[in-house]
Ligand binder design. Structure first.
Ligand SMILES: [Zn+2]
Length: 315
């Protein structure tokens, strides 16, 4: 089964940033955390980057191809064991002028007094616009991030390597309101992490993983409701309120679609099914709605459908 982390990465890797500034920032974040330079003499360097996730490797390849005219960008598979999970996907750019130009544009290398050096931390340029700060974090998360399945624990992290990069990463994450990342040491590597469910949920939104944000929220709500079960008699149950609020929002959206031209019939079949099930079961959780679908789907897939439905409802 695919891990929650891989699912989130798949969702993120599905989209290409619209603006070039953001494409540069996302590529820079990925190369910074997952890339390695291959010196080739004559002052030239090639680039090699690794991902365990095929969708991420494909995405990074198209990202680099968008940003460079270099025709020799490739992805190859290295099987480090017998299992699927031990496959590594290697994205490579040859040692060429085009690669050098891209690495300079990404702020990874610079030439000072004729000498080539690798820059340290996150270049200032990545911190300009809010769009690019999100994109840079998205690239870093695809390169070295992970997020635990909320069924098990609340943990989000980006492996940052050196202390300077960790400090910059923390600053970048904390530039978004409500995010307070910590830094810890794992052997010789710095880890920038979040432990609060609320902040991890917000971070999934910042990274653009909206379907998984909903799935995460749904699981968290179930956990909190279990924890609050013996407090219902005290009327102290904000979680139920929140669950009902989420459902209310969906009901309003569905009503809006019903009033629009074509109504629910204009929706793709899967979205129509999701809308009808929600309309008929206002109090059901995403898990329960998923189980009612034909064929039944899991919580994440159900959340993804409602995220698409929400998009459709805003048209
Ligand atoms: Zn941007």
């Amino acid at each position: 089964m695919m891990s929650f982390s891989s699912e989130v990465k798949n969702e993120i890797a599905h989209g290409m940033p619209e603006k070039e500034c953001c494409r540069i920032a996302e590529a820079a974040g990925f190369v910074r955390t997952a890339g390695a330079l291959k010196p080739a003499g004559r002052g030239e360097v090639g680039l090699s980057a690794v991902s365990g996730n095929p969708a991420v490797a494909r995405h990074v390849k198209s990202l680099l191809a968008e940003l460079s005219v270099e025709p020799g960008i490739s992805v190859s598979v290295a099987n480090t064991g017998g299992r699927i999970s031990s496959k590594r996907y290697i994205i490579e750019m040859p040692a060429a002028e085009t690669t050098f130009r891209l690495l300079s544009a990404l702020g990874i290398i610079e030439r000072k007094d004729g000498l080539l050096s690798i820059t340290v931390g996150i270049p200032q340029s990545a911190a300009y616009g809010k769009c690019c700060r999100k994109s840079y974090l998205r690239g870093m998360f695809l390169g070295s991030g992970s997020v635990a399945d909320p069924e098990r624990s609340y943990h989000f992290e980006i492996l940052a390597g050196g202390a300077a990069l960790a400090a910059d990463t923390r600053r970048l994450m904390n530039s978004f309101s409500g995010i307070h990342a910590g830094v810890s040491q794992r052997r010789d590597k710095s880890v920038v992490y979040l432990k609060s469910a609320e902040q991890i949920k917000d971070m999934l939104g910042i990274l653009g993983a909206h379907a998984h944000l909903l799935a995460f929220e749904d699981v968290r709500m179930i956990h909190e409701m279990k924890g609050a079960a013996n407090r219902i008699s005290n009327c102290d149950n904000a979680n139920v309120d929140r669950s009902i609020r989420a459902s209310n929002t969906q009901m309003k959206m569905i009503a809006r679609i019903e009033r629009s031209a074509g109504g629910l019939a204009a929706l793709p079949q899967k979205l129509r099914e999701a809308a009808c099930l929600r309309r008929d079961n206002p109090e059901a959780s995403l898990t329960e709605l998923g189980a009612l679908m034909n064929p039944p789907v899991g919580k994440a897939a159900a959340a993804a459908r409602f995220a698409r439905l929400e998009k459709a409802g805003k048209l």
